[in-house]
Design a protein around this ligand. Structure first.
Ligand code: ATP
Ligand code: FE2
Length: 335
């Protein structure tokens, strides 16, 4: 008899434990995110953080949903892509729990987990995916049994770009939500803005994107005395428009009519609005899961583990990590 599947997420800043029940129904995760006081993320510091909070968070997620660990019948973890030291902590916690409880272990692809939780939450059948997170920016579609990357960033992820821009202004990680607030504040004080004096580079190459030129140019505007809220508004408009343009091209080429957003930047209301506008223009639909399932969370790992356990398990001697695992390396063997 199948019981609950546990999912453990540790690709970067966040350690998160999530659960799905015997029918694959998701339950909110218990998470803790390392927020560095200054500078970027140091992989070893994040890994130490994850080790420190793991036992407490594991107990918390079981307690939140009133279950006993003996009701777990599978343990899933993020096998990659991500930061090596962080991934190793998750894999070793997963091996420990699975061995102790004598239940199957399964290593899953973090990017594919973002996609599957979105499909499950939004009821999409066969969407084009716009995966916009800290480390990743990809446009993806399912073709011949794999999630194929049709276009992606050629330099940094969109979320990293937002976080780096924020950090240069002294705004702590994660910078995306604060930039969203500042952009909204600009629209309140200036309800009909124009791009005059706020133009930034717009780097779309076919279905690929780039963000580092945008980051440098936005910083230059600030240094030249432009108000920060105006720059945040322009930065969002340029960055999100480039993602939505590529998503539209992917919909046109594949003939698919659903767009699904995923990854932390999909929390952004302006990104959601622009995606909706584009999809409506094409007589298609745009979808985004609840914000707790856009950001990194253990529940999406549990869900993909639940789906994959129907076909395979990960043996202990294959339970290493793969920092560079790609979205299209995982065969789709579930419905
Ligand atoms: P991945 O390994 O998939 O790249 P990640 O480690 O970047 O994941 P996520 O939780 O998927 O983690 O995304 C975090 C990113 O989302 C951060 O860059 C953060 O600034 C951004 N973000 C979160 N909320 C918002 C928002 N409201 N607007 C813009 N960006 C946001
Ligand atoms: Fe992620």
């Amino acid at each position: 008899m199948t019981g609950w599947t546990l999912g453990i997420e540790t690709t970067a800043h966040t350690l998160s434990f999530g659960l799905v029940d015997a029918d694959g129904k998701p339950y909110p995760a218990a998470s803790d995110t390392l927020r560095p006081d200054e500078g970027g993320i140091h992989p070893r510091e994040a890994a130490d953080h994850h080790k420190d909070v793991a036992a407490g968070l594991y107990a918390k997620v079981l307690e939140m949903h009133g279950i006993n660990q003996n009701q777990l019948t599978g343990v899933a973890y993020s096998q990659g892509p991500g930061l090596g030291p962080c991934l190793r902590v998750g894999a070793s916690i997963a091996r420990g729990i699975a061995t102790r409880l004598d239940v199957p272990l399964i290593g899953v692809n973090h990017c594919v987990a973002h996609i599957e939780i979105g499909r499950q939450q939004c009821g999409c059948q066969d969407p084009v995916l716009l995966y916009v997170s800290g480390g990743n920016t990809q446009v993806i579609a399912r073709l011949n049994g794999r999630y194929r990357v049709l276009g992606e960033t050629l330099d940094i992820g969109i979320g990293n770009m937002l976080d780096k821009f924020a950090r240069l202004q002294g705004i702590p990680f994660p910078g995306g939500p604060k930039i969203e607030e500042l952009a909204s504040a600009y629209l309140e004080r200036c309800p009909n803005p124009t791009m005059e004096g706020l133009e930034l580079p717009y780097a779309v190459r076919g279905m690929d994107l780039a963000f580092s030129g945008l980051l440098t140019a936005a910083q230059r505007l600030v240094e030249n005395g432009t108000e920060l809220d105006a720059v945040c508004w322009s930065l969002q408009e340029h960055a999100f428009a480039s993602c939505v343009e590529v998503a539209e091209r992917a919909m046109a080429h594949t003939g698919k009519s659903e767009l699904l957003l995923g990854g932390g930047v999909a929390c952004n209301e302006r990104m959601r609005t622009m995606s909706n506008m584009m999809a409506n223009d094409r007589e298609g639909t745009s979808h985004a899961p609840p914000k707790m399932y856009c950001i990194d969370n253990g529940t999406m790992i549990a869900l993909l583990g639940f789906l994959e356990l129907q076909n395979r398990t990960t043996h202990l001697n294959q339970s290493g990590i793969n920092q560079y695992l790609r979205t299209d390396q995982t065969p789709i063997q579930w419905a």
